[in-house]
Design a protein around this ligand. Structure first.
Ligand code: HEM
Length: 150
């Protein structure tokens, strides 16, 4: 048996645990004081927030802000896969679907697991932009890739 709220969001408990752990990391990592409402921090300081980085990556992976990317070739072209593109064709890449592919994300691919982004030695585990597409890849990559996380 589950309540109506649990049925609406079966992952509610896990999500709350992620938010709690992220908050603890922010409080300890940035040395927040209880009486301070606002705090300013540098990019270097934000890099200490390893778990939060993982939580943000998982949010973007499962619910990308830009869900679909499309490109139109200016002349006929052939994709590396061998697919021929007519000049008037349109290529649509779903960041939403690529973020949820089992062959790409493997274990628990539909679940938010910030640990996925943490290396065995506790550092940020970087993934190739060709795997984690949400900020785009190649010459049209999001210009504020680093800043977007702040
Ligand atoms: C988490 C937040 C963000 C996400 C997911 C995101 C995602 C993207 C994506 C997918 C593109 C490629 C668009 C395309 O070519 O079709 C892009 C481009 C771009 N983004 Fe972001 N973005 C984010 C935040 C920001 C912010 C905060 C800024 C500016 C303050 C920004 C500035 C830009 C600019 C200027 C481009 C164009 C790059 C170019 O075409 O050369 N983005 N972003």
């Amino acid at each position: 048996m589950c309540t109506a709220d649990e049925a609406d969001n079966p992952h509610e408990e896990e999500e709350e645990a992620i938010v709690r752990r992220s908050n603890i990391e922010i409080e300890t990592g940035l040395h927040l004081k209880e009486d301070k409402q606002w705090i300013f921090f540098t990019i270097e300081e934000s890099r200490k927030l390893i778990y939060l980085h993982g939580a943000l990556c998982e949010s973007l992976r499962l619910l990308p802000l830009v869900a679909l990317e499309h490109k139109d070739p200016i002349r006929p072209d052939i994709l590396p896969s061998g697919i021929y593109l007519h000049q008037n064709s349109r290529v649509i890449v779903s960041f939403y679907l690529t973020g949820r592919k089992e062959t790409v994300w493997e274990i628990d691919f539909l679940e938010s697991k910030p640990e996925r982004w943490i290396s065995p030695c506790g550092k940020i585990k970087h993934e190739s932009s060709y795997k984690f597409l949400v900020l785009n890849v190649g010459p049209r990559t999001c210009l504020v890739k680093e800043m977007a996380f702040i």
